[in-house]
Write a protein that binds this ligand. Structure first.
Ligand SMILES: Nc1ncnc2c1ncn2[C@@H]1O[C@H](COP(=O)(O)OP(=O)(O)OP(=O)(O)O)[C@@H](O)[C@H]1O
Ligand SMILES: [Mg+2]
Length: 538
């Protein structure tokens, strides 16, 4: 049996050198598992033992665990069990020659591993600040029992082992933390990248939306700035562009086009887009005022200017002062009036009927006609100089048959309008009807389309409207025929009036003969420009 006394100084020197080497190797090993292996192997050799085990204390779980005692397998057991437990608990060194004789020995380990423990030396693993982190055991000394020198050597080894283990632990923890931080940084970067990508997408969407908005606004501008003017055809757009151009100027506009093409609608649009939009737009239907009343209607009259002029009255031009006057059907203006209108256009002044005092008015003139004024000039019914004065900015309304793409839009617009008004739920037109509408010539243009749709909505029983050829034909009366009818009416009324010697009222009066109300007859006479002059002349 070895004792401290018997150890030669040479051996001690050698031992010290070996210890130093082991300690150096231990201090440079950062991997915890490799370190545990190193400590166990070196201790076994140095102590001439059969085995060495390091039990580490897991304070949180109250367990001792070892990776080395049974080879590569990890074992865990209660921190209070066995000699290892006792050492970890008390911090004492335990050195027993026969473990089985010691009641603290935990035999279970042997029966688990099939190992037979005999001598056993166990010391605590203590860190620098005195904290016990586990137990260091060497088993079965070659020569039987462990000596006091062995205890000192194991304590010295344990001191270095504890430091190295703590360092390896810290290092491990640090690595883990670094890893976690790296993971977290990466995750953060991923999130940031994802966020960046999402933001880029949002930005892209926003840009697209803005572009779409611009498109939409442009569309609204070209199609819906004129709220009630429906249509997207190139021909109509061209007109609307001109409307926009001319609106802001004070230029006189002459709107030409067939009946029902929207001349009045465009006149209103020009006024509403002009600086005069908050001032009145005064409309004069030159074709509907009896010739003898046109002058007073346009320029007003003084009291007593003519029979029945009981009050001074201002005319349409004065009413429109600061605003716009819309001279509809300007081609119907009697020739004396054409001269007076020319003067207003040239000098901005006129006289009330019955007065010689000139009146000034700041009026923008928009005129409209469905007549071919050039032909009227040739016929001598329209003054050329007036034409040039009016024709400063001509606008030609295209007939509906020349902008067929507007037909479905207009049809839907009117369907909506009338079905809402009549409380019907009509979705649209049948395909056959639409085709019929598109191939029809629409002599009455948009007005005719509007009337046809209104009629169809009235009679519709389903969710679509049907328009057959009979309806289309029925409304296709050309304007010339309407005028002819008015002429027939005019001539007929004059004939009856002549027969009754211009007596309207009473049993023998013209109204009774015509089977209409006297006031209705008076209205018709006024409308058709029928006056007693005829009789005076005869
Ligand atoms: N583009 C359009 N969109 C919507 N409604 C329209 C359009 N064009 C015309 N209309 C409608 O058609 C009808 C006729 O229009 P408007 O009175 O302006 O025509 P016009 O050319 O002055 O006809 P006329 O020569 O017979 O006086 C009106 O009810 C008008 O609202
Ligand atoms: Mg009109």
């Amino acid at each position: 049996m070895d004792t401290t006394n018997q150890t030669s100084s040479r051996d001690q020197n050698h031992l010290a050198q070996q210890l130093l080497k082991i300690c150096q190797r231990m201090s440079s090993e950062r991997n915890l598992v490799a370190l545990l292996d190193l400590i166990a192997n070196e201790a076994t050799k140095l102590m001439r033992a059969d085995r060495a085990s390091l039990f580490l204390l897991d304070r949180e779980r109250g367990k001792l665990w070892s990776k080395v005692v049974l080879g590569s397998e990890e074992i865990h057991f209660d921190a209070c069990l066995g000699i290892a437990g006792a050492v970890a608990l008390t911090g004492e060194t335990i050195n027993v020659e026969d473990a089985y004789q010691d009641p603290r020995f935990y035999r279970e380990i042997d029966s688990l591993s099939g190992y037979r423990t005999q001598s056993l030396l166990a010391v605590p693993l203590r860190t620098n600040n005195g904290e016990i982190i586990g137990t260091f055991e060497v088993l079965n000394k070659e020569t039987g029992a462990f000596s006091k020198t062995d205890e000192e050597i194991l304590k010295a080894l344990a001191a270095q082992a504890a430091i190295s283990l703590e360092n390896a632990w810290l290092y491990d923890k640090m690595q883990q933390e670094i890893g976690q931080r790296k993971d977290a940084e990466q995750a953060l970067k991923r999130t940031a990248d994802e966020l960046q990508a999402a933001l880029a997408e949002v930005e892209q969407l926003k840009n697209r939306l803005q572009i779409e908005n611009v498109y939409l606004q442009e569309e609204i501008k070209t199609e819906h700035n004129f709220e009630e003017i429906i249509g997207r055809s190139a021909a109509l757009k061209k007109v609307l562009r001109s409307v926009e151009q001319v609106a802001s100027s004070d230029a006189t506009v002459l709107i030409r086009g067939e009946t029902g093409t929207g001349k009045e609608l465009v006149a209103r649009a020009i006024h509403n887009l002009s600086q005069r939009k908050n001032t009145p737009l005064v409309k004069v239907n030159c074709g509907a005022i009896p010739a003898n009343l046109v002058e007073s209607e346009l320029f007003g009259h003084e009291r007593g200017a003519f029979t029945g002029a009981l009050q001074r009255r201002i005319g349409r031009f004065e009413m429109a002062d600061g605003g716009t006057i819309f001279l509809d059907e300007v081609g119907e203006l009697p020739s004396e009036m054409q001269v007076k209108l020319l003067r207003v256009l040239q000098e901005g002044e006129f006289e009330r009927v019955g007065s010689s005092k000139p009146v000034k008015a700041d009026v923008r003139v928009i005129a409209a006609t469905n007549r071919d004024l050039s032909a009227a000039i040739k016929e001598g019914t329209f003054r050329q100089d007036l034409f040039y004065r009016l024709n400063v900015f001509p606008l030609d309304m295209p007939p509906l048959r020349e902008r067929k793409t507007d037909i479905p839009l207009l049809a839907n617009f009117f369907i909506n309008k009338f079905s809402k008004k009549m409380g019907k739920d009509i979705k649209g037109v049948s395909k056959a009807t639409l085709e019929r509408m598109e191939s029809y010539s629409w002599p009455g243009n948009v007005r005719e389309l509007q009337n046809v749709v209104e009629r169809a909505v009235v009679t519709a029983s389903g969710s679509t409207i049907e328009i057959d050829d009979s309806i289309l034909g029925a409304d296709s009366t050309p304007r010339a025929d309407i005028e002819a009818l008015q002429q027939v009416e005019r001539a007929h009324i004059i004939r009856v009036l002549k027969e009754t010697n211009w007596v309207v009222h009473g049993q023998a009066g013209a109204a009774a003969i015509l089977r209409i109300n006297p006031s209705t007859l008076r209205f018709r006479m006024q409308k058709l420009g029928i006056k007693r002059q005829t009789q005076n002349a005869s």
